[in-house]
Design a protein around this ligand. Sequence first.
Ligand code: BGC
Ligand code: NOJ
Length: 820
Amino acid sequence: MRYGYFDDVEREYVITQPDTPLPWINYLGSQAYFCLISNTAGGYSFYKDARLRRLTRYRYNNAPLDCSGRYIYLRDDGASVAQTEELFWSPSWQPTRTPLDAYECRHGMGYTVIRSTLAQIEASTRYFVPMGENLEVWELTLTNHRTERAQLSVFSSVEFNLWDAMDDATNFQRNYNVGEVEVADGVIFHKTEYRERRDHFAYLACSEPIAGFDTQREAFLGPYRGYAAPVGVESGGLSDSIAHGWQPVGVQHVKVELQAGESKKIIFLLGYHENPHDAKFDPPESQTINKRLVLPTIQKYLQAKQVEKSFQELRAFWDDLFGKFQITTPDEHTNRMVNIWNVYQMMVTFNLSRSASYFESGIGRGMGFRDSNQDLLGFMHLLPERARERILDLAATQMPTGGAYHQYQPLTKRGNNDVGSNFNDDPLWLILSVAAYLKETGEWGILDEAVPYENQSGTEEPLYGHLQRSIQYTLDRLGPHGLPLIGRADWNDCLNLNCFSDSPGQSFQTTTNKDGKVAESVFIAGLFVLAAQEMQAIAHHRGDAADVGAYIEAADTMAKAVWSAGWDGDWFRRAYDDMGRALGSRENDEGRIFIEPQGICVMAGLGLEDGRALQALDSVAEHLETPHGIVLHQPAFTRYYLHLGEISSYPPGYKENAGIFCHANPWIMISEAMVGRGDKAYEYYLLINPSVREDISEVHKCEPYVYAQMIAGKDAPTHGEAKNSWLTGTATWNYVAVTQWILGIRPTYAGLEIDPVLPSDWDGFEAVRYYRGVRYRIKVERHGTGSTVRLEVNGSPVDGRVIPLPEDKSGEVEVHLGLG
Ligand code: BGC
Ligand code: NOJ
């Protein structure tokens, strides 16, 4: 069952009924100011950091679901009060949930439009964040489709947050006292804590003269009433309340009269502003916000012309990004994801890592070290300068040991001490992201950038040194089988082999009561081989023969350890526990085979020569494949195992306990492509492709336009149900799998390689790809069933699959590839 449809021309998903199985959201903003917005206008906004600079309040776990947002109410002032159904309503359906005569929500690239009609009054609200600004626009267009005049009241409403979202949710004895606002010329300023150490505030402004306002929540709602029926809306008048503590809100009342057929635009702005510390107050000795610096911005965006201009700029920004790589294949799901939504989701994960979604509270997790490094892998061609900056930020949180803080805070860019380090895979991902950057840009200078450790000035070393230390970090931590020690966890955060947690509420990741000298990870071993190969290539390019030799040897030694202790006969093992027992082996009753080592080891090339890679992949198909994707392991853990940790804390089939962890699925797609099995790779690709799953939205439940982190596995009663949409490494990895391995358009150190491994029923595809400033027009045609390749560049045959870098660095290259 569907709840909407794709409009690929507009690059939108159009939701046609408001009660989707879960709130289906979009993100606005792509620089510093961000909003989460659902199809019924729920969500919240923040500046850079969803914990420390949250503007509006969101109550996760609320009932009804998703009932905190940026809400507009309409009231029919001409209707009789007895007509309660249509006296007032929400044009976004929530929070009044009045049945609407027409409804549609268009989630587009950086904007959302919610349009509805009731009682012949059409309301269309376009929400977006203008480029380079720290504010959001809600542009409401009202149209009177009646044959007579309509007298309406419009109310805007937001519930302000007390800035530190954690404090806001916990420290009521303080925050019920500190709330403060100012109202000036119809603009509501939220300035809680501005009197002391904050130099920033939020504001809600409106393009029309206002008939009234409220800033004290209960004055607007009425005691013991909710957002579904605020007394202020019902009665048609606000009380001009000024908040002193409690819950400050921003509510404005605008009266509108529309002739038959008339339309009118009303613009609301919700924004964030930071004043210079020594110019906070006006007059300087007062406690009144200095508004002089923010007013010009407010005035600018209250103009409809400016709003339209900014909207067009936003569209141009996205057009430009999408233009960097477009494909035309025989499959609409592939085209749609690669050309539109997968790119969009990569941008969101690039910006937000795992911090703020409808599943991540924005409080707990900052930017993940491994997460953000992986998020860069498919992202490089979009905004290489921002990727470069991110790489340097990440490297600057690295420790002198080569270890990494697992997370860092986006606002301060400092490592998060609460979570700490010792996730032993973390440092190796930095090598993969740097390698991807070099392959995309050829800008080798990045390796010479001086980058500090733990952000301490004076500790700077060229980035290349950071990479060397990443390798050394693993080599310094090898276990009894010569495999890397796992530490707190590797990629699988929930495989906690050193934790042994027996008290409820303890963190599985940071509670450790073992010295961690025994438990080893085959996954990290595979990742290490992959990273050491990249280091070898990088060292080779730098002409450092000694390093080349060292990395070849390190990779060989690790590969040997994998073959002697990490191969189980039919597949790669997963790990060794603290007692030195194998996990992910036929010896185990539960957790006998895991997806992760099959993917990463084959990606590192292990077993490609001797058939063992094929054997491992056949085992994946036999034991782990389901109609909804590939599960993480089998059999699921049916009880809690003290020595395995969080993985066994989940009920079977959910999350890391044998859920379909979508992030790891593309590793198998890549591996299948590497062994030349295009049909299998593509079959896996389609299983978790959200657009394909649109038809089963009632089962899948999450948005059909973005990947979710997890789909319930076959052991779960809700097999096929997705959770944790949006912020997941799945976005980048699927993009890499389909573009670089199935379509085979792959940046390498030497140039762009074209090496497709296509499904057998495709006769080819076309693509346009910008690469190092050059526009490549690529046409792939299948002439036979084989995988031999005939490459022609600008009409001349070329040996191999790598297109030589052209002389003209800004021109166009015609690439024709015959496959057969
Ligand atoms: C999640 C991981 C997360 C870990 C630590 C797990 O349940 O799946 O994504 O990193 O918890 O909080
Ligand atoms: C999600 C986390 O963000 C990621 O870092 C981790 O690898 C996976 N969960 C698997 O546990």
